[in-house]
Design a protein around this ligand. Structure first.
Ligand code: GLV
Length: 387
């Protein structure tokens, strides 16, 4: 995968676009409504500029950090990405294995095509499970127990999905019909699939994914594949549900989808071990602040009581370094590895992680900073309006 065509993460995007049928690419690439937050998540990193310390010799540069009690080789975890197995047959298993080989953690989405036990077994690193309350409480109880028995390192509860955001591209591409409709419903949308025979062949050889093996409804079996708007329709989590989840899951709970100091304080009061500052990659409420912009408020509100992670718009190692300078313990990368997965399976994820890790090291050296632990706000300039 050391292709001269893949120098940075953005180089994977056109490759993913070529390989995937449009509905699958747009599911990965797209956001809600006018995609304002989706774009801003990336652009906002440009508002932060570096303050390097030059003429500093750094024989060693330590990228390691501790997140949720585990050691990671650099401060980037793999975010939960729904339907990864539609992007490539390697799917969640390939992504988790690549994460382990790179020395970092993988967070498995509830909306996944591989069994959580197989994903956990594939990785030599920590695997966390992201929970949507899909398929009813009994299905959730069952999957929480499976995650516990499999040895998942933390439960990541996403709180920003009272309904799914309107992902207009999915709507136009007929995702609902393709994922859940009758053959007749699917027919108008099939031409955009058949022009990608390579993807079609790999999808069929993989068994033609039709069920969600981690949403098992007692007495009925695994839930049929549905499009994300239907999946999330039943996935609302409230603070009351969290009490119920707490009783089922003895381990660490991470609350993902925090954008304000108030929600961050509430999450800490409810016993979260960490919060993820996240707008769901611009896929839920369009027009909310980009994640990086929300980070300082959450850092101030949490005031060191728990770890803070962030996701949204991370495409370069320098983005990771900026988020750490602003107070994040680590970032979650979603699209940044998923484009690689879509383009080239596990090897693409490995290459994406290599790029990000090398970027982080180069950025630290150019900053004259010896380690991730030494990063702080003195290495960046923030716009005055952020103070
Ligand atoms: C799933 O969580 C999605 O946002 O598509």
């Amino acid at each position: 995968m050391a292709s001269p065509h893949v120098v940075c993460i953005d180089d994977f995007r056109p490759q993913a676009r070529r390989r995937l049928p449009r509905p699958v690419f747009d599911y990965l690439d797209g956001g809600a409504d006018g995609e304002v937050t989706l774009r801003e998540n990336c652009r906002i990193f440009d508002d932060i500029t570096f303050r390097p310390r030059h003429a500093v010799a750094l024989p060693d540069c330590n990228l390691r950090t501790r997140v949720l009690g585990f050691d990671v080789s650099f401060p980037a975890l793999l975010a939960p990405v729904g339907y990864s197995r539609l992007m490539h047959p390697d799917g969640e298993v390939g992504a988790a294995r690549a994460a382990g080989l790179a020395g970092t953690a993988y967070i498995l989405s509830t909306i996944s095509g591989h069994r959580l036990e197989d994903v956990k077994a594939a990785s030599s690193g920590p695997v966390c499970f992201q929970l949507y309350l899909m398929g009813g409480r009994a299905a959730s109880e069952a999957v929480i127990e499976r995650a516990r028995v499999a040895g998942c390192a933390a439960l990541v509860v996403t709180i920003d999905t009272p309904v799914a955001g309107l992902r207009e591209r999915d709507f136009r591409n007929g995702m609902k019909e393709l994922m859940g409709g009758s053959l007749l419903d699917k027919i108008p949308f099939l031409p955009q699939i058949v022009v990608h025979p390579g993807w079609v062949a790999s999808f069929l050889l993989d068994g033609g994914l039709s069920k969600l093996p981690n949403v098992v409804i007692p007495g009925k079996g695994p839930m049929e594949l549905v499009d994300v708007s239907q999946a999330l329709a039943s996935a609302t989590v409230t603070w009351d549900d969290l009490k119920w989840i707490r009783n089922l899951w003895p381990g660490l709970i991470v609350i993902k989808g925090v954008l304000t100091g108030d929600d961050a304080r509430r999450a800490v009061d409810e016993g979260a071990a960490a919060v993820v500052v996240s707008n769901h990659g611009g896929r839920q409420l369009d027009g909310v602040r980009p994640s990086l912009r929300a980070l300082p408020e959450v850092v101030a509100a949490v005031n060191g009581r728990v770890e803070i992670l962030m996701d949204g718009g991370v495409r370069r190692g320098s983005d990771i370094v900026k988020a750490i300078c602003l107070g994040a313990r680590a970032v979650l990368c979603g699209r940044a590895y998923a484009y690689g997965l879509a383009a080239a399976g596990q090897a693409g994820v490995t290459r994406a992680l290599e790029i990000l890790q090398a970027d982080v090291e180069r950025t630290l050296r150019l900053l004259g900073c010896p380690s991730i632990a030494a990063l702080d706000r003195s290495y960046v300039d923030m716009p005055a309006s952020w103070q």
